[in-house]
Design a protein. Sequence first.
Length: 422
Amino acid sequence: MLKNKLKIAIAGIGTVGSGLLDLLKKYKDQNIEVSAIASRKHTKLKGKYFKNTTFFKDAKYLLDFNDYDVLVELIGGDSGIAKLIVIDALNKKKNVVTANKALVSRYWNDFQKLTTINNCKIKFEAAVAGGIPIIKVIDEFLLSNKIKRIYGILNGTSNYILSEMLSSNKEFNKILSDAKKLGYAESDPTFDIDGTDASHKLSILSSIAFGCDVQKIKNEGIQNINLLDLKIADTLGYKIKLLGLTEFDNNNLKCFVYPCLLSKDSFIAKIDGVYNGIVVESDFCKKSCFVGEGAGAYPTATSVLSDIIDLSQRNLDNSRKKNLSKYKIVNLDDRLGCYYLRFSTDDKSGVISGIANEFKKFNISMKSMLQKDTGKVNSAEATIVITTHTCLEKNMMKALSKINNLSFIRQKTVYLRIENFK
Ligand SMILES: NC(=O)c1ccc[n+]([C@@H]2O[C@H](COP(=O)([O-])OP(=O)(O)OC[C@H]3O[C@@H](n4cnc5c(N)ncnc54)[C@H](OP(=O)(O)O)[C@@H]3O)[C@@H](O)[C@H]2O)c1
C-alpha cells in the first residue's frame, strides 16, 4: 500500500459512474480512496468503502472542494458543468480522468496547455472504444513506432444496426427502434448514427497518434443506408461498415468518418454487432488489430479505473502529445479510391452508354456491373450496380451530379466508397 492514498472525486453516477463504483468495491484497491462523490441521485451511498466520502448533490460544489488528487468526470457533454470542473481541477494542479470524448476532442489543445503549465495529467482511456485499451497502445506500447494510419469501427450502435439489418433482413428504422428497446441505442441516438460520436473518437486518436488537434472531421453517418445496398454488397463480397480513418503522411492528414464497403475478408468487416474494432499500422509493429466492447458500464468503467490505477502507481509522460505537429488536412474531394454505385433507371437501351459517357468525361472506369432484377412483373424500372476502379472523389461527385440529371434516372443514385483493407 502507498504511504499516501490516491484520493479521487467522482462526478456523475450514471451508467459509467455506477459501473465504476461496482468495480472499485470489487477490486478493493487499498491505494485508492473515494474522497467525494457528486451525484444528483445518489446523495449517500452506504458501505465501508464510502466511510471517508463527502457527498455533494451537484458537481458544481466540487469547484469549492480541494481534498482530492484526481477528478473523475463522468457527467458528459462538451460544455456546462463537465467542462467547468475539468478546467477547475487542472487549474488546481489536480489530475483528471474522464470518459468524455466530446469534451476531450473539443478542448484537446486547451487541456494540453493546462496540463503542461500546471504539471498535471488528463487521462481518457474510456473516451475511445470503451473496452479496448487503444489509448495505452498508442501512447505507451507503440511510442517507439511511427504510426502511419489508424482505422476501424468506433461506434458499436451503428455497427449493431448495420449487422442486424443484414442478418434479420429488416430496414434501418425497424432495427433502430429494436436497438433502443434492447439498450444498444440511446433514446436520442443522433450522434451514434450520424457519425459525430465516431468523429470525436477519431479526433482524439489523431491527436495522440500524430499530434494533430483536428476539430472538424468530415463525417457521414449510416442513416441513409438501405437494406438493398447491404444485400447487394454482400453478394459482391463486401460488408458495409461505418469506418473511421486517420492517416498522416508528409504533413497531410486524412481524417474521415463514412460508411463504406469493405471486403468480407478484411479484419474490420468481420467485426459485427456492438463490437468495436481498430487497426493501427505502424513502421515496426506493422499491423496491430484490436476488438472489444466499445461501450457499456463495465467495459468503460474498466478503462476509467485503469487510468486511475496508472495515476496511483506511475508517473508517465508522453512526448508525442507535447509536440504538436503541423499538418494540412486532406479534403474528402481529394480522396482516391473505388466506389459502389446503385442506379435506379428506366429499363431501356442507352442507359449504360449514357452512364459510361459521363464516366469517360470524368476519367472514371468501371470495374464490375450487374443488373438486379427488381422483382416486379413488367417493370419498366431497372436497378444497375456498378463498382469502379480508383478515381478522384471530386470527379465522381461531378459525374454523379450530371448522371442524376439524365432523363432515364428515376431516383438519386446511391454511392458508397469501397476501402481495400486486407
Ligand atoms: N455509457 C457508455 O457506455 C459510455 C461509453 C464510453 C464513454 N462514455 C462517456 O461517459 C460519460 C458518462 O456517460 P454515461 O453513459 O454514464 O452517462 P449518464 O448515464 O447520462 O450519466 C451521467 C450522470 O451525470 C449526472 N449529472 C449530470 N449533471 C450533473 C451535475 N450537475 N452534478 C452531478 N451529476 C450530474 C446525471 O444525473 P441525472 O441522471 O440526474 O441527469 C447522470 O447520472 C459521457 O461523457 C459519455 O460520452 C459512456
